[in-house]
Write a protein that binds this ligand. Structure first.
Ligand SMILES: Nc1ncnc2c1ncn2[C@@H]1O[C@H](COP(=O)(O)OP(=O)(O)O)[C@@H](O)[C@H]1O
Ligand SMILES: [Mg+2]
Length: 267
């Protein structure tokens, strides 16, 4: 497997075959009764089962240290389960971190181009694609800026652009907006939702924010404290696009309350 910053394509042994449980062609990820313990003796996850279909955007909320990042690393093959099985049908997977993890010496454009450059795509093609993606994430006019010349929100947009340029079927997000100020964060949530509507990757999104999870997702999964296990799986009823004002409606508060209650009971 070749791992590129923020994005990688792969040919890996976890890809679905007829014998395993990827029975529908729309299933992007299946985590089946997974336990993960480390050599240190820490048990990070126990008996975690989760499926993710194309067109789903699933958020995972849980106390710090409950194994959320471990779950994402298992989903993309950076870790292997101690017991149980992780299967994916996604031809390409992207990974967005809390830190934008950009190369400081490359412009926004050349950061987004990097993935295709490493794959050996012709220059004109990768440039045209990167320009299109930068426009999509609202960075038209900033293509030639270096990361230090951009705000934190803009750097995260570059990071999202870099993740999307390879048209991932599975997109993994590890608290990508956790370090942003509240106003930028709300804006980024709306923008990510737009990207999801356009691209329809299967999304697995880690966050500490219950409201962010409910606003963005088709489902919210709640994990217990370590060793992490899934204690609630809440369907979110609204179609997209979702207006930012949805966050202030009574039904939103009721669902967020349900998620918070599950978190509180199992912290
Ligand atoms: N490579 C590792 N070796 C040993 N322990 C680890 C390793 N990675 C994570 N852990 C431990 O596993 C637990 C879960 O970590 P993590 O998945 O990062 O939690 P979260 O993302 O929910 O905060 C923590 O106790 C952490 O210290
Ligand atoms: Mg984490």
């Amino acid at each position: 497997m070749t791992i590129l910053p923020g994005n990688f394509a792969r040919a890996d042994p976890r890809r679905g075959t007829e014998e395993n449980d990827l029975t529908t062609s729309t299933r992007a990820l299946a985590v089946d009764r997974v336990r993960k313990s480390f050599a240190t003796g820490t048990v990070a996850l126990t008996d975690v089962s989760l499926t993710l279909d194309a067109g789903e955007f699933v958020s995972v909320v849980g106390p710090s240290g409950c194994g959320k990042s471990t779950l994402l690393r298992l989903a993309c093959g950076l870790e292997t389960p101690t017991a149980g099985k992780v299967t994916t049908s996604a031809a390409s997977t992207s990974y967005v971190f809390q830190d934008a993890t950009l190369l400081e010496w490359r412009t926004a454009l050349r950061n987004v181009e990097l993935v295709d450059e490493l794959r050996g795509a012709p220059k004109a093609e990768r440039r045209a694609k990167a320009l299109g993606v930068l426009e999509l994430v609202g960075l038209a006019g900033f293509e030639h800026h270096h990361p230090r010349q951009l705000s934190a929100g803009m750097r995260m947009r570059v990071s999202l652009g870099r993740a999307l340029v390879a048209e991932p079927e599975l997109a993994l997000f590890d608290e990508p907006f956790g370090a942003l100020d509240e106003i930028t964060r709300l804006q980024m949530q709306t923008e990510l939702q737009t990207l999801f509507r356009l691209k329809r990757f299967a999304g697995l999104f880690i966050t500490h924010s219950v409201s962010e999870a409910v606003y963005l997702s088709t489902r919210v999964v709640v994990m217990s404290g370590r060793p992490g296990r899934i204690v609630a799986d809440v369907d979110i009823p609204w179609d997209y696009p979702r207006a930012p004002e949805l966050r202030y409606e009574a039904e939103f508060a009721a669902i967020a309350g349900k998620v918070s209650a599950a978190l509180g009971q199992h912290a």
